[in-house]
Design a protein around this ligand. Structure first.
Ligand SMILES: C[S@@+](CC[C@H](N)C(=O)[O-])C[C@H]1O[C@@H](n2cnc3c(N)ncnc32)[C@H](O)[C@@H]1O
Length: 286
């Protein structure tokens, strides 16, 4: 069965965002890169920041203390369910969630002091159009910083599950690998330049964290938050009681669980890793 994916691709249609599951699958990894994104975007006290693809507010949460009460963060996302998660989590008067497609922002030109986009641009159907919008809404000399996943091999925490599930549904391989679609720094740099940026800088960053047990890895996946978990759950024989936990054993659950859990981390140390590329530049005078 093919997973039916809602706009934004991360929450199942008609469902609420499960912030805990999202945190286990993506959020805890995403936040390891956010400080660099905030620095690259030159966020400072009093800044008016646009956090595009805010999701459950991972980057916004870390940005708010820097902008302080004299600034604000608008968290834009195409998925209303993610925005509800962000609003419930942040509860900060300086944070404003807005439902918007990052490719057609509902804002006037030249009004933000910084634009950040943390692990979202790779899911846009037309990321170049998104970057053009980021450039448009920024004030002169102000910066945009974008963080995207590296390749599946360099981000094995997510790459092995995407590769493993793809073997069962090869016709959905492309959608499963959307998260890695902007892994080529040269290609993304070219898009930045086409959007009007001129002196794009790129930094490759690797981050590690411990996955202490199978359940810690698998529970967020089984909760179906995120693109790959949704496609996994739609596999014909995938079920909530997986083989590795001694529940109902089906060929699909056992093979997907074992392959991805054992391959995504260093078995001896229990460490998994994610590599991401951060691209940034400012709006230069004409
Ligand atoms: C991997 S999550 C990242 C969320 C958050 N920035 C973080 O780091 O945890 C990707 C987010 O991009 C959003 N998204 C996908 N396509 C989008 C688009 N065209 N415009 C705005 N947001 C989009 C999704 O709804 C989702 O919340």
């Amino acid at each position: 069965m093919k997973a039916s994916l809602a706009p934004g691709l991360h929450v199942a249609p008609g469902q609420a965002a499960n912030a805990l599951a999202y945190d286990g699958w993506v959020g805890r990894w995403s936040r390891l890169f956010v400080p660099m994104v905030i620095t690259a975007a030159e966020v400072a006290p009093g800044c008016r920041v646009l956090d595009i693809s805010t999701g459950t507010g991972e980057a916004a949460l870390m940005t708010l203390p820097t902008v302080g009460a004299s600034g604000f963060v608008i968290g834009a996302d195409i998925a209303p369910a993610m925005l509800v998660g962000a609003r419930d989590r942040l509860k900060d008067p300086s944070f404003c969630p807005v439902a918007a497609d990052g490719q057609a922002l509902p804002f006037k030109s030249s009004i933000f002091d910084a634009v950040i986009c943390q692990l979202g641009l790779q899911f846009f159907p037309d990321p170049a159009r998104g970057l053009t919008e980021f450039h448009r809404v920024l004030r002169q000399s102000c910066c945009a910083a974008v963080c995207v996943n590296s390749t599946p091999e360099r981000a094995p925490m997510w790459g092995f599950l995407a590769d493993t599930v793809s073997r069962f549904v090869p016709e959905q391989r492309d959608v499963l690998h959307l998260g890695f679609a902007l892994a080529d720094p040269n290609q993304l740099e070219h898009m930045f330049t086409t959007a009007g940026f001129r002196e794009v800088r790129v930094e490759r960053m690797q981050r590690e964290d411990t996955i202490g047990s199978f359940d810690e890895y698998w529970d967020p996946i089984e909760a179906g938050m995120g693109l790959t978990p949704q496609v996994y759950l739609a596999l014909p024989e995938a079920g909530p009681a997986g083989g590795a936990r001694g529940g109902e054993v089906t060929p699909v659950t056992v093979r997907v669980e074992r392959a991805s859990y054992h391959e995504c981390r260093d078995v001896d140390r229990g460490r998994a890793s994610v590599e991401a590329n951060i691209h940034w530049d400012r709006v230069h005078p004409l």
